[in-house]
Design a protein around this ligand. Structure first.
Ligand SMILES: [Ca+2]
Length: 510
């Protein structure tokens, strides 16, 4: 009865596999976190790197203005057109819906005529600068996927800075400077995004592309060019996303460059349309923005393919046994393998880097605590039996304990020989993490490879290269201590297969 079901599932999985092949190999959609596959051992999960679809992020932001009372209409004010000081028919009154210009109108649906827009008070305190900060906060890390586009209803500002924060507004760094004269405004040489190269992609530039001159109704937009930067790796039409993803994978600075929690638009000087400001008609000078576009996706560290907006907050729907708003840590009891960001590589499925269940080192009745053995001052070793025959003996340095297995398990089958673990490992044996660069450091110049093993320099051995390697007979106190290196992956598989259903056991060995 089981076979038809299995064949059905196998067929479904084959269809999925065929469907996957239809994706352009170079693109990589990453829209599925896992799928069931049929293997020789039965149904199993196949995990993949995954990320939410890019979307319009302005639906989820909170906007704040500084100064807070900078929006026009309180008291009501009449404005004149910049190009014609006698055309003063622009009225702003916060108490009348048709004449109010609140900040929300920067994010409503556009495409109608007339447009809706936010507008500031006029530059009535000239020559004191008219500075306005518009802060967009997501309270969540997001990754930009397309150009940021500001559409001005009035003339584009003569000076402004776009800034970003990665720590919820505590610290800010500039994204791009905009001015009619970059040298004068910011003492920066003017550049355009098109001039950037792969090497200078992260440079912060000042551009005159979106400020110089005043062209009424023709070009009202100010851009921050994300796609031009992507194109430096992915090609002009973004055909080779694999190349971009490869770079994002390996260059944290690059990935962080496109990641934000907040954006801040610092408007420093409104359009004047001339070199001189007409002090007799300051109601010509103000800021007005009809639309802001920010396309992006929740940053979920490649561990979620959806992101939900619940109670005013965005959060990833984490997979791969991860948790947190960004899936940036392992779920409780899933620390058996160190948390790690997923990888875009290899294209198109990437690598999930799932968090694994903690598998406690389960040692049954054959376990003999090192405490039962005598230490000799001469060798500084403690002798421990590893099998229930009492014949397998391993010598461990003080402060370590032997790695042992239940009877009936052939160590040879597991490609492992008795070895010693440092005491911290005796408490909770992590099935995958042997070393890292923080707590579990390889010693004596050893280097940690993939958290799986220490590569020891000549003359040292042991899991963390903590022991001097015995070069020949007579050089070491006890030849039994010269054990082969810890062959980890087979042990991990064995433990996962046999012990994952056993409740977590914390075994005190030392
Ligand atoms: Ca609008």
């Amino acid at each position: 009865m089981l076979w038809p079901l299995l064949f059905t599932l196998q067929a479904s999985c084959s269809s999925v596999a065929r469907a996957m092949q239809h994706y352009p190999a170079a693109w990589g959609h990453y829209d599925v976190c896992k799928s069931q596959i049929y293997t020789e051992e039965g149904l199993a999960w196949d995990y993949m790197a995954c990320q939410p679809e890019a979307t319009d992020m302005t639906k989820y932001l909170r906007v704040t203005l500084d100064p807070p009372n900078i929006t026009c209409g309180d008291p009501p004010e009449t404005y004149c057109a910049l190009e014609n000081p006698y055309m003063c028919n622009n009225e702003c009154d916060a108490t009348t819906e048709e004449l109010a210009h609140p900040p929300e109108l920067m994010f409503d649906f556009e495409g109608r005529n007339p447009t809706t827009f936010w507008q500031s008070t006029s530059w009535k305190k000239y020559p004191k600068p008219l500075h306005v900060n518009i802060t967009l906060s997501w309270n969540k890390t997001i990754e930009l996927t397309d150009d940021i586009i500001l559409t001005f209803e009035s003339g584009r500002p003569e000076q402004m800075v776009l800034e970003k924060s990665l720590d919820y507004g505590r610290t800010w760094t500039p994204y791009q400077f905009y001015a009619t004269d970059c040298l004068d405004a910011f003492t920066m040489e003017p550049k355009t995004a098109k001039e950037l190269t792969q090497r200078t992609l992260l440079d912060i530039i000042c551009t005159e592309d979106y400020s110089r001159g005043y062209v009424w109704k023709n070009d009202k937009t100010v851009r921050f060019e994300i796609k031009d930067r992507f194109a430096l790796f992915a090609g002009p039409r973004l055909h080779n996303m694999a190349s971009l993803y490869g770079q994002l994978d390996t260059t944290k600075n690059l990935r962080d460059f496109f990641t934000i929690t907040d954006l801040r638009i610092r408007l420093l000087k409104p359009a004047t349309g001339a070199t001189m400001v007409d002090e007799n008609n300051l109601s010509r000078y103000f800021y007005a923005i009809s639309d802001i576009k920010v396309q992006g996706r929740c940053k979920c560290n490649l561990h979620a393919n959806s992101c939900v907006f619940d109670k005013g907050k965005l959060g990833c729907e984490c997979e791969h046994n991860t948790t947190g708003a960004d899936c940036s840590r392992c779920k409780k009891h899933y620390h058996g393998r160190a948390w790690s960001v997923g990888s875009y590589l290899p294209i198109p499925k990437g690598t999930a880097n799932i968090c694994e269940y903690i598998v406690a080192l389960f040692i049954m009745q054959i376990l003999i605590s090192c405490k039962d053995f005598q230490h000799t001052a001469a060798s500084s070793k403690q002798m421990c039996r590893t099998g229930n025959t009492g014949q397998d003996v391993v010598a461990c340095a003080l402060g370590t304990c032997p790695l042992m297995f239940p009877s009936g398990v052939s160590l040879g089958d597991l490609l492992i020989t008795p070895s010693c673990l440092l005491c911290p490992f005796c408490l909770v044996f992590s099935a995958a993490r042997v070393c890292d660069n923080a707590m579990l450091r390889c010693q004596n110049g050893g280097t940690c490879h993939h958290h799986q093993r220490c590569h020891c320099p000549p003359g040292f051995t042991g899991i963390l290269c903590e022991r001097v390697h015995c070069q020949g007979s007579g050089e070491c106190d006890d030849q039994l201590s010269g054990q082969a290196s810890f062959s980890h992956p087979p042990v991990g598989r064995w433990l996962a297969r046999n012990l994952v259903v056993i409740p977590l056991l914390i075994v005190f060995l030392c």
